[in-house]
Design a protein around this ligand. Structure first.
Ligand code: ZN
Length: 248
């Protein structure tokens, strides 16, 4: 199949090497678990990248050949190079790369940078979660029922300090009463950003078929559209007022 979506699943890959409770759930690493459920999709070409690889897994030739970047990070956010973060944000805003932030990526440098927010939230121990479908006609909600249950997830709770999402696709309820904006879409420059909350390192959410379907749908939604607008395209103002009208 031509024109496959080139997906890079980036993971800091720390808990899965150090924490027995995480190793028990994701012995091959969260990145390989995500790649494994994405691989059967014939419209995708999936690779993984980790913080411990050269250039933190994202040298220019990888980043510049990624259509959608999936990001999982938690305890190593601060180790991610600021120059790399700038390049990721530029790829989204100026060149249309999609960015999917999973779970604790709410505090990752790329997500905070592109949303211009602290990403702070309230959190608590693992409990039962119900994910509610707020926008059934959205492409990311395709094939997802009105609600589904995750038997154990880390409580993430409002207030969640993010910009009001452009599209609110999912909201979560946690046993005990907390609620959280769990599936949030943003349009940023030429790119699209989707944040999805499930995916704590000691919980089995990445094996849940609905979570897998939502991430898969999210990648297809976030993939760049074939726009003729490029970074170097003159602005309308330049065209009319700068004597470059003929180049528009
Ligand atoms: Zn977590």
């Amino acid at each position: 199949m031509e024109n496959k979506i080139r997906v890079t699943v980036w993971n800091e890959y720390v808990h899965e090497k150090e924490d027995p409770a995480t190793i028990a759930v994701y012995p091959d690493g969260i990145h390989r678990t995500i790649k494994a459920f994405l691989d059967p999709n014939e419209d995708m070409e999936v690779r993984t990248a980790t913080l411990d690889e050269p250039e933190q897994g994202l040298p220019d030739d990888v980043l510049n050949n990624t259509d959608v970047l999936v990001w999982w990070g938690h305890c190593a956010h601060a180790q991610v190079d600021d120059g790399l973060v700038s390049k990721v944000i530029d790829r989204v805003r100026k060149q249309g790369m999609g960015l999917i932030g999973l779970h604790s990526a709410h505090h990752s440098k790329p997500m905070k940078g592109i949303l211009g927010a602290t990403g702070d939230l309230m959190w608590g121990d693992n409990v039962k979660e119900v994910v509610w479908n707020m926008l059934p006609t959205h492409p990311i909600a395709e094939g997802i029922p009105a609600a589904f249950t995750l038997e154990s997830e880390e409580i993430y709770s409002e207030p969640f300090f993010i910009p009001v999402p452009d599209e609110q696709v999912f909201t979560a309820w946690f046993e005990g009463g907390n609620v959280f904006r769990a599936g949030n879409c943003y349009y940023k420059g030429l790119g699209k950003v989707f944040y999805f909350q499930p995916g704590h390192e000691t919980c089995r959410s990445f094996y849940n078929p609905y979570v897998q379907k939502i991430i898969t749908n999210g990648i297809r939604w976030a993939a760049p559209v074939k726009t003729c607008i490029k970074e170097e395209t003159p602005y309308i103002g330049q065209g009319y007022f700068g004597g470059k009208k003929e180049s528009l």
